[in-house]
Design a protein around this ligand. Sequence first.
Ligand SMILES: C[S@@+](CC[C@H](N)C(=O)[O-])C[C@H]1O[C@@H](n2cnc3c(N)ncnc32)[C@H](O)[C@@H]1O
Length: 286
Amino acid sequence: MATEIRALVDEGAARLARVSDKPRLEAEILLAAALARPRSYLAAHADSQVLDCEATDRFEAYVTRRALGEPVAYILGEKEFWSLPLAVTPGVLIPRPETELLVERGLAHLPPGEDLDVLDLATGSGAIALAIASERPACRVTGTDLSPVAIDIARKNARRLHLDRVGFLAGPWYEPVAGRRFDLVASNPPYIADDDPRVEHEVQRFEPHAALYAGPTGLEAITAIVEGALRHLKPGGWLVLEHGDTQGKPVRDLLRHAGFDGVHTHRDLAGRERCTEGVLKSRPVR
Ligand SMILES: C[S@@+](CC[C@H](N)C(=O)[O-])C[C@H]1O[C@@H](n2cnc3c(N)ncnc32)[C@H](O)[C@@H]1O
């Protein structure tokens, strides 16, 4: 293998072209990580030789794993979300940039400085809970997930980010917060139907099945979350949900039938319906 930075990137990009739609960018990210340098170092030193054999071996190993389809985030053990560097392992979903829309909508219902209770259901790496906690330090944020592995990672992320007003609890849906009520419930739950033929994204082969697939209709998790929200929202509390781009109408229907007001779906930058919210004004169920 070549040892000049430019040639290493060229060779890596050529090997990743089959699995990646951004092979050069990914080759650069992997080489920068192997060298323990920022990516900007590569452009500034494109003609330099890499004399550290361990670094070139590391790069070679990273490229081999990526060429077999493994996502960059799992190879490096980290993914940035809402400008926060989050640890991720194959036990948790890799946080997606689309989910930042859900964070924006959640923050819209949390006036800064107010001491409010927030629940992130199906928290995975803790991405949504930690993003909200980083923006609203006065809030008490709780994240729950069925997967104890996810809860361990979310706790590790909270420690690394020094976000100590966030707590994480393992268990199904609202079970770990039985008897508690919140001003905001946010969730990016599993919402893919078991036999959805459109799901063929390479990354998803490596991610936990339970993080992606909800059941025969794809709406099973969202239905459970909407029903449970009636017992876990304070009067005036908001429920904000991420969903698939064809699920806007069924999710709005679910919220309206459950008695939510202000039901509205927000679109992502590509114009797709991805996030639906509603407020529970009426007296909550006991
Ligand atoms: C799509 S991932 C979302 C992870 C994270 N919120 C994010 O946006 O990156 C869905 C999460 O739901 C969790 N999950 C699946 N079934 C669950 C259940 N019955 N109760 C609680 N969490 C569940 C999975 O473990 C997974 O972490």
